[in-house]
Design a protein around this ligand. Sequence first.
Ligand code: CP
Ligand code: NVA
Length: 307
Amino acid sequence: MKDKRDFLKVTDLSLVEARELLALAARLKSEPKGLRTQLLPGRSVAIVLEKASTRTRVSFEVGCAQLGMHPVVLGIQGSQLGRGEPIRDTARVLSRYCDAIVYRTSAATKLAEMATASVPVVNALSDDGHPVQVLCDVFTAEEHLRGGIAGKRVAFVGDCGCNMARSWVEAATLFDFHLVLAGPRSYLPPPAELTAAGSHVSLVHDPATAVAGCDVVNTDVWTSMGQEAEVSERTEAFAGWTVNERMLRPAKPGAIVLHCLPAHRGEEIDDATLEGPRSRVWDQAENRLHVQKALLVWLLGAAARIA
Ligand code: CP
Ligand code: NVA
């Protein structure tokens, strides 16, 4: 594909492009499900998952169907990736069959190898970020924030070194809001990422003041996929960082709560908050579908065909 674009991190998009994409997502969300089933006929998307997934897999598969595309889901088990075929070779072969690759993996080096494909590659979660999720989360936040996310105060509570937090750091720079990273001192993004974000990001290490004045409060699991061996030290390190009504008291009165899911109720968030009036997590999960459809349409150069 000539001049292919990837979406490996939030800042792969310019602000103008991100705005175009979110507007497209709003348009697709407002339409009947079956309206665009003729938009990209004959196109296929490989969805390669090296880790478990519910939302990402289903929303991309259903999204492809709603755009007239064919999704092909490939896991480690059952594909030659599990027997050591190089990712680079897989990328070349998939490029001959498919029009885009959606890839969930661990190390950034593996993602970079898949991105040698000649078709667009989308990062569907890696150790360094979960950019599709955060793009969807900005969309969800803006459905509820008067005047958009720019200039607002967003908190990420808990494991601020995790992939979600790291993509939120990028989003703060791109969309020009302030991100408070609130959690224990030893769980932070790499220093270079904090330096790059400059005054868009501040650090708080006290749960009592973590979300003060915030419009959006976001959290994620304390132990991400691949970190299972660290579960006990992490459970100990994050004690006291559960998002609950007490922590939320100093937030703005209308503050909303986001969680990318799956959630561990009673750990990073309590059940009452997840199910309570501030929670937007179910809209957030739904919006994966709409925003990722927009992303695929945009990457495959069909945005102009949606009048
Ligand atoms: N939030 C998210 O990516 O969920 P899955 O792991 O279920 O895809
Ligand atoms: N940080 C979590 C996100 C899951 C969608 C993980 O990587 O497991």
